[in-house]
Design a protein around this ligand. Structure first.
Ligand SMILES: NC(=O)c1ccc[n+]([C@@H]2O[C@H](COP(=O)([O-])OP(=O)(O)OC[C@H]3O[C@@H](n4cnc5c(N)ncnc54)[C@H](O)[C@@H]3O)[C@@H](O)[C@H]2O)c1
Length: 334
């Protein structure tokens, strides 16, 4: 099969590319390299450095493609409150361009990566049947892109599935981005003997999932003829559900780090308790949590140590700077 992966230099995109190359498929992808690393892309994948917004180029590249997996996005939930134009035009505009080009080029199936941010402040664990109430522009744009995908695929008879990943961690994740990827950011800072930054009291809880537990689920959504028109959470249920303070403790113990974290005020609208039901993923995709947070952290430490720590890059403009904008971003404290 010929599989096209948008965002191929990113975390999930590069793992998917490696997975399909190992299975003997032809893999092509695009990326702007704003949020991913060039050397994440496997050598055997064909890479095009073009943005998803370049609809006419995508239309040509999608000729003869069987499956498009859309992982490209500025996956910046917290930042979207302060840079809503940058984030939503990317998340929504880029995705719709991918859907349009894929349908025009007669791609058989589109798999779109949404986000648990689609659910917002509802009661956890979030179920696919819940009515979503996103509380930030990123979540709202992700939900809108899902709705547009469903609408277009129904009209034009194209197969689709929507994956809802949540807090997947592992190597290949950007660790020099001050706006996202808490575990990788903490490790990058602590390996430089710098205290990590925690927003609020650190008691916010997240279910971390290992990328090795998630890639096969996205594959089922891409290739299983019996799994169609589905929205499915990808990740653990209440396993690996820990506070950010506990995440810090795990990494501290592994790195023998003996400083305390620096606490900063809560970020506006940050969801305190965020976990997803994995019942549907278990049933339809064979999801099983095999790796603990400790095991995932080991792989990230190894990855960052091998590549070396990095200075943080502020790749996204802050559009709204006021008293609510985190000081860490305004004053570039990372
Ligand atoms: N990793 C997670 O836990 C998680 C959680 C929720 C949702 N998601 C979603 O899954 C997808 C993949 O996430 P990830 O963690 O791999 O993110 P990532 O940032 O590591 O990868 C995304 C890649 O897309 C590229 N990109 C962004 N906009 C682009 C554009 N317009 N054109 C071309 N390339 C572009 C970036 O440069 C980056 O390499 C995203 O859509 C994200 O919203 C991921």
């Amino acid at each position: 099969m010929k599989i096209f992966i948008t965002g191929i230099a990113g975390f999930l995109g590069s793992h998917l590319a490696k997975f399909y190359i190992n299975k003997g498929h032809e893999v092509v992808g695009n990326d702007t390299l704003v949020g991913g690393y060039r050397d994440n892309i496997p050598n055997k994948a064909v890479f095009h450095k073009i943005p998803c917004e370049d609809n006419s180029s995508l239309k040509k590249l999608f000729q003869g493609v069987d499956i498009v997996i859309n992982t490209a996005a500025y996956a910046h939930e917290g930042l979207s409150i302060f840079s809503p134009h940058t984030i939503t035009s990317n998340v929504l505009g880029g995705s719709v361009s991918v859907f349009s080009a894929a349908i025009a080029s007669k791609v058989k199936r589109i798999v779109h990566c949404s986000s648990m941010a689609r659910y917002g402040q509802i009661k956890p664990p979030f179920k696919e049947s819940d009515i979503p109430k996103p509380v930030d522009p990123y979540g709202i744009a992700k939900l809108a892109s899902e709705n547009i995908l469903i609408n277009l695929c129904e009209v034009h008879d194209t197969e689709y599935n929507i994956a809802v990943p949540h807090n997947i961690i592992g190597p290949n994740q950007k660790y020099d981005d001050p706006f996202r990827n808490v575990a990788s950011i903490m490790i990058n800072l602590m390996l430089q003997n710098r205290s990590p930054i925690i927003y609020g009291d650190g008691k916010q809880k997240r279910s971390f999932s290992d990328v090795r537990d998630c890639i096969s689920c996205i594959d089922v959504m891409a290739t299983d003829k019996n799994v169609k028109s589905q929205i499915i959470n990808i990740g653990p249920g209440d396993e690996n559900y820990i506070t950010i303070n506990e995440l810090f403790e795990i990494i501290s113990n592994k790195l023998k780090f003996n400083k305390k974290p620096d606490f900063y005020p809560d970020r506006p609208n940050e969801v305190k308790y965020s976990s997803c039901s994995s019942d549907k993923a278990q049933k339809l995709l064979g999801y099983k949590t095999k790796f603990s947070v400790e095991e995932s952290i080991d792989t990230i430490i190894k990855y960052i140590k091998e590549r070396g720590t990095k200075k943080f890059l502020y790749n996204y403009d802050l559009e709204i700077i006021n008293e609510k904008t985190p000081e860490t971003w305004k004053n570039k404290l990372f």
